[in-house]
Design a protein around this ligand. Structure first.
Ligand code: HPA
Length: 237
């Protein structure tokens, strides 16, 4: 069995998938979090590894950047490989003063300028949100980790990294939006269409409204490990 973008054989991808944007990060997560990780697909340099996390089969596959890219991989995993749960583990730009660089964000809803809204049911604005069991499990997992600040709330999924209308980011911040990223709507939309589960967990890698300092290498490491631990525990819950 293969799809246009995944060449794993049937049964080689686990029902639980962690999905970072970056292919190198996928390899690192597989190395650090999975036992017996095996590369099962590598089309276009987008790797999928399958191994064992705390006794449970789990895969890690990169999504690439942006809504179209993650939509393709998430849809093919749900529809053709029987995947039940995908959690995106990515980075985001913070847009609230209370969200500091390296904090973890659990996305409870995704505002967006993506065309995905209009495509779900033409004429309607559909809400893009995670599925509740994963959301609840991630918040519970986050409460067990003491060296990280976790924010739970809405995020913004932008189709543009280098373009934004004046006032958009401040307007979103005024509505309580926590951070900006570029994939949530693609994942939440695919999960809705395919009737499966999805969640987005993020680390604030930079701050758009506040000249906050960059993360040190050590902070980056701790924050990344905390985010992946929260997501992996939620997946097996
Ligand atoms: N915009 C969009 N996506 C991002 C950003 C940003 O500023 N930072 C990290 N991911």
């Amino acid at each position: 069995m293969a799809t246009p973008h995944i060449t794993a054989a049937e049964g080689e991808i686990a029902p639980l998938v962690l999905m970072p944007g970056d292919p190198r990060r996928a390899a690192r997560i597989a190395e650090e979090f999975l036992a017996d990780a095996k590369l099962v697909s590598d089309v276009r340099g987008i790797p999928c590894f399958t191994g064992i996390y705390e006794g449970v089969p789990m895969s890690v596959m990169a999504s690439g950047m942006g809504v179209p890219s993650i939509s393709i991989y998430a849809t093919e995993l749900y529809r053709f490989y029987g995947v039940k749960r995908i959690i995106r583990v990515g980075t985001a730009g913070a847009i609230q003063p209370k969200v500091r660089v390296r904090d973890v964000i659990v996305s409870t809803a995704s505002h967006s300028n993506s065309s995905a809204h209009g495509l779900m049911i033409p004429g309607l604005t559909v809400s893009f949100a995670p599925t509740f069991d994963l959301l609840r499990a991630a918040v519970a997992a986050a409460e067990q980790i003491t060296d990280v600040t976790v924010h739970v709330g809405p995020t913004y999924c932008s189709d543009h990294f280098y373009f934004s209308q004046p006032g958009w980011i401040q307007g979103l911040a005024d509505l309580g939006t926590l951070a900006v990223e570029m994939e949530a709507v693609g994942l939440y939309g695919a999960a809705m269409r395919e009737g499966r589960e999805a969640l987005v967990v993020l680390t604030a890698s930079d701050h758009l409204l506040d000249a906050a300092g960059d993360m040190t290498a050590e902070e980056r490491e701790t924050s990344f490990r905390n985010m992946v631990t929260i997501a992996a525990r939620a997946l097996i819950s």
